[in-house]
Write a protein that binds this ligand. Sequence first.
Ligand code: BG6
Length: 505
Amino acid sequence: MSNVKNTNPTVIVIFGATGDLAKRKLFPAFHNLYLDNRMSDKFQIIALGRAENNDVDFRSYVIENLKEFSRNGNTSNENLLEFASNITYLKHNIDSEASYEELNSKLNSLDQSYDVRADRLFYLSIGPSFISTISDNINKFGLAADAKKDRIIIEKPFGYDKTSAIELNEMLSKTFKEEQIYRIDHYLGKETVQNILAFRFGNAMFEPLWNRNFIDFIQITVAEEVGVEDRGGFYEGVGALKDMIQNHLLQILCMTAMEAPASLSADDIRNRKADVLKSIRRIKPDEVDHYTVRGQYHDGIIKEKLVPGYRHEKGVAHDSTTETYVAMKFYLDNWRWQGVPFYLRTGKRMHEKQSSIIIQFKSVPHSQFSYGSEGMTPNRLIINIQPTMDIKLQFMTKKPGLSLSLKPAEMIFDYNSCSTMSPEAYETLLSDALAGDPTLFMRYDQVEEAWDVIDVIQEVWKNRADADFPNYRAGSWGPKAADELLARQGHAWVSNTLNTVKEQI
Ligand code: BG6
């Protein structure tokens, strides 16, 4: 969200620089920021990894990955080399003080070469169990002692329940001030997710309708076509509730349901989002079945290819009870949303990749029109987040012809018609972190509230391994029970393919 470029010399320290995230997302993002002139003129990336390596080999490794994963990977070799010349590799043992001493002297010598204390950005692209050791050592060696210049970015999962999240926050607060801590949720960096804010509060015409008086229900879907791929070992015991609902989907819910912030300052926006999380009605243990559905995929066919069931993926137990799908219904206890159901669903190996928000408006109170065989479609606003990036408004119009009957139609704003080169989520987020803008990062209270919402569900599910898994086919839209969850209220998941309306005409 920040338009400001940090011009101070900057040193970025990546813990876990040889991992998958660094390879696919972090180096490509820094590379693109470099091409867009969003990096300081003087910057260094210190890549930390366990293996023995040297600058020359590590730089070639980064360049090869940039060619594959950066949206500007086809830039000239010269350019790639120029970017990579800013990377230094250090062999690092997270538990060894000697490694932090070496890092400390590297940081100090860079400061000397810049003739000024550089800004420092520590990126923890490592498993959660290492956070505490790293944070303690950063503290011990005074690596992030300047609260105005030094920041730390932490990847999810941020804890595994509310208690552990509070502990983690307390532990981090011994070394860092809250304004130095950037808890990342990459969905908040997506262009179309940020556009929700622009769309809602940059237009006068939707806001008066954005409440319980006009909206029937809201659906948020984040469906993935991929399975757990080679992350079975990580995913086991985590599952879709903690991997997706606790963070990405609840954040989209916040953007959709929040009140207008007093200003666009980080805290004003985050206050309004925290209000949403606080107002989510907490489910009681004996209500969990009523409000939630969990699923796990069987084998099935996706794009004409047979794919294995979850229990046959690498690293997954043959009797695993980890959920790969969740659907649930939320209510928000506040003035704006009282009584409006928010349906959230997410799953792996679903029919197609699709993230969207569907806002279904109430039907007209009375109508004398004939709707013919197509029936009446309630007005809907569909915000497609990915891979389609558009906003559609669906409404009824007169069917051409002599009789006065109606048919559904839609108006579409296509995001790609504005630009085909949108920044990747990590570019936006890293650029903000470099500029010291935490708006799109999670504050401690947001994380804790989000865990508070789902803790009871994970507790009930953990103690009851009686899920009838696997219960949905790969390539389908999830378990039948998810349809029943909505049908009880006379609602249905709205199909959201490109032809939503055309199919009905
Ligand atoms: C990650 C989850 O946070 O988000 C993954 O851990 C998931 O399981 C991914 O696949 C989805 O992100 P995107 O940007 O591809 O929708």
